[in-house]
Design a protein around this ligand. Structure first.
Ligand SMILES: [Fe+2]
Length: 565
């Protein structure tokens, strides 16, 4: 059975499965080069490199809002698939009314747990459907929800919080699900509002997370009241655009309703730093409440989490520390793009009754580009043979080396297949690489550490390893000065553990660097320039070098170092 799912929205994405086996996953912007590209035509087209037919086309788009084609009235994706496989019958399944279910399913089926509680923490999901309240469907949205999941596709929805702009708050029970609809827009929208106030795109939460440790407690900022309702500092708006609640703050009143007056990312003054600090801390508190609620409603201590907020690796680490007896799975592709994986698995399990878990154990899930390695090196570049030891020496001599190999990483983290590598011991390394990548000064960098050495350098709060880089963990205190380039101002670092089995070339170069410097860690940042999606093809790798000051490209699969002349 071939299943093809697409997500239409700010993280356009495609996944192709053969039964429970993932064939590829790709975010559309990697192929189209337009960040957050929403219509996954290119990703969908890729499916026909692997199969000449699909049996299920699964559409994930909030509230199933698709363009239709003239004459037949089909949605455009169904029309395309029908024409690609003439005569082969397939079924289109629309899961747009089940946005949170697909988030939860992704985390559950990827986790390897056989049954678990699922907590979804999200910006804005599907609308609420209730017979007497039809007007709510397009003016309400899921923000947080609590589930249990089991095989093959057993789900119980225990509780859903909806945000709305239009009605008074009410709570009801609908088929044993507690439904709460109110003007509380949830912690993710609140985070978006602050992010936008700081001058960034609302979904660029990572930037706010990077600023937060520069702030301090400031009692003039009151973000947290109950579930982040409109009565608080923030007035999120649906579907996009968030404003601070100017009427509560006289000095802001002249800007009431204007969401763009503050959009100057260079203006990161103390007040904005405190605001970032406040939203990080207050949302962490709220997530802890939600975990307690999840345990209370489900009785389970295996909890999987997805939804955009789950990319907050600072909050994830706080949960590890706060709930040592809970076994967490934080979905690495927690944003909407990842929903295509859960959608395929959910439909497959429902149709087939197959109850054998088959979790994805690696995030190197992009389509295969191995045939695209050009024999000819583009003009302006030279090529030479090189070993991992020689690459490590280059890095130890404080050169930036770009690493391109294999299939690209799913989700926002570079994990050694599309990475820019540097020496973590360089005192001004953060500033230097931020400048080369054209990124903001405050943004920290991640590290990749040999798995067997990780506990000497980092406190993983009980975790054995961190292969997906989902936690910003404490750097062991007496090691912080040794790796200043990747130790953030609060003494943390977002860390990836690397084993030989997981990524042999990457493991080798870190091992060789360790032999030279006595540090089993490399500075690792995503292979792209600010504003660009992650590099997908080798041609894009060359293009990125040619548009930057970066000089070296390592292609370990063919043992070559490419140098920009
Ligand atoms: Fe979502």
């Amino acid at each position: 059975m071939w299943l093809l799912a697409i997500n239409v929205g700010h993280n356009g994405a495609t996944a192709l499965y053969k039964d429970s086996e993932l064939i590829y996953y790709i975010e559309e912007d990697r192929l189209s080069r337009m960040k957050y590209d929403g219509n996954p035509y290119l990703g969908l087209e890729k499916a026909y490199d692997y199969t000449d037919k699909v049996d299920f086309l699964i559409l994930c788009a909030t509230n199933n809002q698709f363009s239709t084609v003239p004459w037949t009235g089909e949605d455009i994706y169904t029309c395309y698939v029908r024409k690609k496989q003439p005569g082969h019958k397939f079924e289109t399944v629309k899961l747009g009314d089940e946005h949170h279910l697909t988030h939860a399913a992704t985390a559950f089926y990827n986790s390897g747990f056989t049954d678990a509680a699922a907590l979804v923490i999200d910006g804005a999901g599907s609308g609420f459907e209730f017979p007497d309240l039809e007007q709510l469907k397009f003016n309400s949205w899921e923000v947080e929800s609590i589930w249990t999941f089991g095989y093959p596709a057993e789900t119980t929805k225990h509780l859903v919080y909806y945000g709305t702009n239009s009605v008074d708050s009410f709570t009801l029970t609908d088929n044993d699900t507690i439904v709460e609809v109110s003007d509380a827009h949830g912690l993710t929208k609140s985070y978006e509002a602050v992010t936008q106030y700081l001058g960034f795109h609302p979904i660029e939460a990572g930037k706010t997370m990077g600023i937060a440790p520069y702030g301090k407690p400031n009692n003039t900022i009151k973000l947290h009241e109950g579930r982040f309702s409109n009565r608080t500092f923030i007035k999120p708006k649906f579907p996009a655009g968030n404003v601070l609640r100017c009427d509560m703050y006289p000095e802001l009143q002249e800007h009431e309703g204007d969401i763009s007056w503050h959009s100057d990312p260079d203006l990161i003054d103390d007040y904005r730093k405190d605001l970032a600090y406040a939203v990080q801390k207050s949302t962490e508190d709220r997530v802890k409440q939600l975990i307690r609620k999840t345990i209370e409603l489900t009785g389970k201590k295996q909890i999987v989490m997805a939804g955009g907020y789950v990319l907050n690796c600072v909050a994830n680490y706080e949960l590890l520390k706060e709930f040592p007896d809970v076994e967490f799975y934080h979905e690495p592709v927690a944003h909407d793009g990842g929903n295509v994986m859960g959608a395929c698995q959910y439909v497959y399990r429902k149709v087939s009754d197959d109850s054998t878990p088959n979790p994805t154990t690696s995030l190197y899930l992009g389509p295969d580009h191995s045939k695209e390695y050009a024999d000819d090196i583009p003009e302006g570049f030279t090529s030479q043979d090189i070993t991992a030891a020689e690459v490590a020496k280059l890095i130890a001599e404080q050169n930036i080396v770009c690493l391109y190999q294999g299939r690209s990483e799913a989700g926002p983290r570079a994990l050694g297949n599309r990475s820019i590598l540097f020496d973590p011991t360089v005192a001004n390394g953060k500033d230097l690489v931020n400048e080369v990548k054209h990124r903001e000064w405050f943004r920290p960098f991640a590290g990749s550490c040999l798995a067997e050495s990780v506990h000497e350098w980092f406190d993983l709060a009980g975790r054995a390893e961190s292969p997906s880089m989902m936690y910003a963990v404490d750097v062991v205190e007496n090691k912080r000065d040794i790796i200043p380039a990747i130790t953030h101002v609060d003494g943390t670092c977002r860390i990836q553990t690397v084993t030989k089995e997981q990524n042999p070339h990457y493991y080798d170069v870190i091992s060789e660097f360790n032999k030279i410097k006595g540090v089993p860690i490399l500075f690792n940042t995503s292979f792209n320039l600010a504003g660009d999606p992650l590099v997908e093809t080798v041609a894009q790798a060359y293009d990125t070098l040619s548009r930057s000051e970066m000089k070296y490209l390592w292609l370990p699969e063919i043992g070559k170092l490419i140098t920009k002349s």
